[in-house]
Design a binder for this molecule. Structure first.
Ligand code: FES
Length: 119
């Protein structure tokens, strides 16, 4: 489902580029790259859970939600396209993905946006 520009790399870890943002730091958003084992990279949600559980507990995204296509709270942009993390599958031949906050909403922190505040 996710378009990917890089060549297939079956079995190799997935490179995940996440746009981070901490408003309290006063700094600009920046890209951070994580390496996720392929077996933990079936869906975008799996990837974010792995990163937060194993690599970076400080990563902000909407986690405690339905996980079942009901709440629509889990939207992010994946490779420039709006996707629900609980639904977005990552093909095994994809080598790298880019995850950004969803749409044109005011960012709260990292991948969390304020759905009540369009920019
Ligand atoms: S977690 Fe509710 S729609 Fe994805």
């Amino acid at each position: 489902m996710i378009n990917q520009e890089n060549a297939p790399k079956n079995g190799k870890p997935l490179q995940v580029n996440v746009l981070r943002y901490d408003p309290e730091s006063g700094g600009a958003p920046y890209w951070q790259t994580y390496t996720v084992p392929r077996r933990r990279a079936s869906r975008v949600l799996d990837v974010l859970e792995y990163i937060q559980d194993e690599l970076d507990p400080g990563l902000g995204y909407r986690r405690h939600i339905c996980h079942n296509l009901v709440c629509h709270s889990c939207y992010v942009n994946v490779n420039g396209h709006a996707r629900m993390t609980c639904q977005a599958l990552i093909k095994p031949d994809v080598a790298e993905i880019r995850i950004e906050p969803y749409g044109d909403f005011v960012p709260i922190r990292d991948l969390i946006v304020d759905y009540a505040q369009p920019r």
